[in-house]
Design a protein around this ligand. Structure first.
Ligand SMILES: [Zn+2]
Length: 277
């Protein structure tokens, strides 16, 4: 199933390889080239969970992925590229809070897996191929971080393609499982699914671009297995009925208070996984 352009006639601003063809030269400086077919703008929302901030991507000439926070200057710059379609990787506000305003500014529909985050567009479907101006974007359901997490595969982006991974794979560190909506079993399957795409360029929603999806998916899988072993070992020591708080203290004894809640969510997800095995 494909999405066809509804609003292309209104576009007057175009960017080719980072060069603006309109007088608004400042907008071109605001984007960083991330792959042959993509560039991104870092949103001004740094934090313990969002690293330097949200990377709002532009695919080709008119697709925005993750508007990011409701920050007027950021959204104005995104709008300046000439937006035909807005895609959402998942429901978290650091990805979606600017959606409705960017739709107001551009008239472009917002599409997400979760209907609550669609505005003027249809919900995304797993394995759907979206075609905008000849750019093909394949939707991959990759639940785990949240139940509605998707990744966007660009098979024609460079020699090995690229994948916009949202928060499923980050550019640095590891992601959280937003339990109970996010589930570890689903997350491990999603990592395997991404890994099968081969050495594609990884375009994460936070942190730097990474060169090889296979390498990072393997590292994430190894990290998860290691954490599961630690939680298993904690349960041997603390007893099978140990609480999330007890296990978090045991496994993440040096965790900073700013990410304590995230650590507890991850432990909750791991206990759920182990106890349902
Ligand atoms: Zn998220």
């Amino acid at each position: 199933m494909s999405f066809f352009l509804q609003t292309c006639s209104q576009q007057t601003t175009r960017v080719y390889d980072g060069t603006m063809t309109t007088p608004d030269a400042s907008a071109a400086d605001s984007f960083t080239r991330s792959s042959p077919m993509t560039r991104f703008r870092l949103a001004p929302n740094p934090g313990p969970m969002s690293l330097e901030g949200t990377n709002s991507y532009v695919i080709g000439e008119g697709i925005i992925v993750d508007p990011g926070p409701d920050d007027e200057a950021h959204l104005q710059l995104l709008a300046s590229v000439g937006v035909d379609l807005i895609l959402i990787t998942h429901r978290h506000p650091d990805h979606t809070a600017g959606s409705e305003r960017l739709r107001e500014l551009t008239g472009a529909p917002v599409r997400a897996l979760n209907p609550e985050h669609c505005h003027g567009g249809q919900p995304l479907m797993d394995d759907e191929v979206i075609d905008v101006d000849g750019v093909q974007v394949r939707v991959l359901a990759t639940p785990g971080h949240t139940s509605d997490s998707v990744s966007f595969h660009l098979p024609d982006d460079g020699p090995n393609g690229s994948v916009l991974t949202g928060d499923t794979i980050l550019g640095r560190g590891t992601t959280i499982i937003d339990f109970p909506d996010g589930r570890l079993g689903a997350y491990l399957e999603s990592l395997e699914r991404l890994r099968a795409l081969g050495p594609a360029t990884v375009l994460p929603a936070h942190g730097p671009v990474l060169p090889d999806l296979t390498v990072i998916a393997d590292a994430y899988l190894a990290h998860r297995r290691q954490r599961l072993e630690q939680v298993r070992a904690a349960l041997v020591e603390l007893g099978a009925d140990a609480s999330v708080e007890q296990v978090t203290d045991h496994v993440y004894h040096d965790v900073d208070s700013s990410v304590r809640q995230a650590a507890e969510a991850s432990v909750g997800a791991q206990l759920d996984y182990l106890r349902s095995e």
